[in-house]
Design a protein around this ligand. Structure first.
Ligand code: CA2
Length: 155
């Protein structure tokens, strides 16, 4: 069975408790539940992990090699700052799909660039919790078709 690692970065544990106008009212538990249901429909398994610590994200990415076929990741603000995260993703050479709840391109300039996006196979942003489900669908498609959806939509 295809195994997907789902990583949630810093502050996403606060979802549903603060800033509902920006990030909605669903909790991270609600999102993980939706992802589990979608994974079941797709016939894949998902493991989810949230951390507020950059090093823990790196450790999980390193450990994913050989244990997962792909990674779905909302790295939160680390995507805008962490070259280490970019290097870890490059190093494990697993397909990564980056997701964001908000449309980062329509927000502050400092959110426009993502180091993760530079090494991700795809990015989904701006659909709220649906971003995760769309991202999961896309990642599973990439894995199942091995070389991605038909042609490489990269650069
Ligand atoms: O839109 C996204 O998913 C983000 O990854 C969320 C990050 C932000 O730094 C990125 O630019 C875009 C922030 C997550 C903070 O989550 C909170 C949830 C509730 C209350 C406060 C923060």
């Amino acid at each position: 069975m295809v195994r997907i690692l789902i990583l949630h970065g810093p502050n996403l544990n606060l979802l549903g408790t603060r800033e509902p106008a920006v990030y909605g009212t669903l909790t991270l538990g609600n999102i993980d539940h939706q992802l589990s249901q979608r994974a079941q429909q797709l016939g894949v398994s998902v493991d989810t992990f949230q951390t507020n610590h950059e090093g823990e994200l790196l450790d999980r990415i390193h450990a994913a090699r050989g244990n997962f076929e792909g990674i779905l990741m909302n790295a939160g603000a680390f995507c805008h700052t962490s070259i280490a995260l970019r290097d870890a993703i490059s190093a494990v050479a697993l397909p990564v799909v980056e997701v964001h709840l908000s449309n980062t391109a329509a927000r502050e300039t400092f959110r426009h660039h993502s180091y993760v996006a530079e090494v991700a196979r795809g990015v989904v942003a701006g659909f709220g919790p649906l971003s995760y489900l769309l991202g999961l669908d896309g990642l599973v498609e990439i894995i199942r078709s091995q070389s991605g959806p038909g042609i490489e939509y990269v650069r």
